[in-house]
Design a protein around this ligand. Structure first.
Ligand SMILES: Nc1ncnc2c1ncn2[C@@H]1O[C@H](COP(=O)(O)OP(=O)(O)OP(=O)(O)O)[C@@H](O)[C@H]1O
Ligand SMILES: [Mg+2]
Length: 240
């Protein structure tokens, strides 16, 4: 599978500064006072280009909250988030959506593929929703080729194994050549061996320059990352 990873590389037409991602006192809280629920509190992280960062920690420690903030799915209550030199934390919803479409790839635990569309159509739809008005076939094919699934582009998700479905999910996430990829337990629904294959695939993307943020409960996968961020009670308890 590794030999198929040449494409797609991130779009570096505007080379982003390093660190690619910088958070300062990044905080997400729901509610107020005694009823306040802390998602993450005062997170300070620098993530570099082409780096694989694992986020680990107990259930409820803020991993998904942090992933959602980094991916621009959610907005912080306070603190700053700079990605590729741009302040993201204060963007209005429509601008945030546009930024997300061109900058971030998102991979979900349960794949989120549309069951009535083929693998190729799932990837093309993501390109369309990401604002690519035409000429979607070839970039979709390139993304499927990068995950080793070009020959299965005409299959429906139900005709693919779990690992293959997740590879389509990754193809969809990388089709627009994002500089940042956020994956929330992407191997959580896969057996161990398939999970490791998906992890290797994500690492291959990082070798091409994409920064990969990888939330996992699997200590063996976390150990294989360049750095491990451990979350406890919404705070960064350690970076190693
Ligand atoms: N929409 C929300 N409203 C209120 N509290 C929330 C909301 N989303 C998350 N939280 C709280 O934020 C904290 C962190 O949740 P988060 O989902 O980030 O944890 P996690 O580390 O991803 O856990 P898991 O390993 O179970 O996926 C939890 O206490 C959770 O209850
Ligand atoms: Mg979670």
């Amino acid at each position: 599978m590794a030999s198929t990873l040449a494409l797609p590389a991130p779009d570096r037409s505007q080379i982003p500064p390093d660190p690619l991602v910088q958070t300062r006192d990044l905080t997400r809280i729901w509610g107020r006072g005694d009823a306040a629920q802390i998602g993450v509190s005062r997170v300070n992280l620098d993530l570099h280009r082409g780096e694989v960062v694992a986020i680990v920690g107990p259930s409820g420690s803020g991993k998904s909250t942090l992933g959602a903030l980094l991916a621009g799915i959610d907005t912080p209550t306070s603190g700053s988030l700079v990605v590729a030199g741009r302040r993201i934390d204060a963007l209005k919803a429509d601008r945030l959506a546009a930024w997300r479409a061109e900058t971030v790839g998102i991979v979900f635990q349960d794949f989120h593929l549309l069951p009535t569309l083929t693998a190729q159509e799932n990837v093309e739809l993501a390109l369309e929703l990401g604002g690519v008005r035409r000429r979607r076939r070839r970039p979709a094919e390139a993304a499927l080729a990068a995950v080793g699934l070009l020959d299965k582009g005409n299959r429906l998700p139900s005709q693919l194994s779990g690992g293959e479905q997740q590879r389509v999910g990754i193809a969809r996430a990388i089709a627009r050549r994002p500089v940042l990829l956020v994956a929330d337990e992407p191997t959580g629904s896969l057996d161990q061996r398939t999970g490791h294959e998906v992890f290797d695939l994500l690492c291959g993307l990082a070798a091409g320059g994409t920064t990969v943020v990888f939330i996992t409960h699997d200590p063996a996968l976390a150990e294989a990352a360049d750095r491990i961020v451990t979350m406890i009670d919404g705070r960064v308890a350690g970076v190693q």
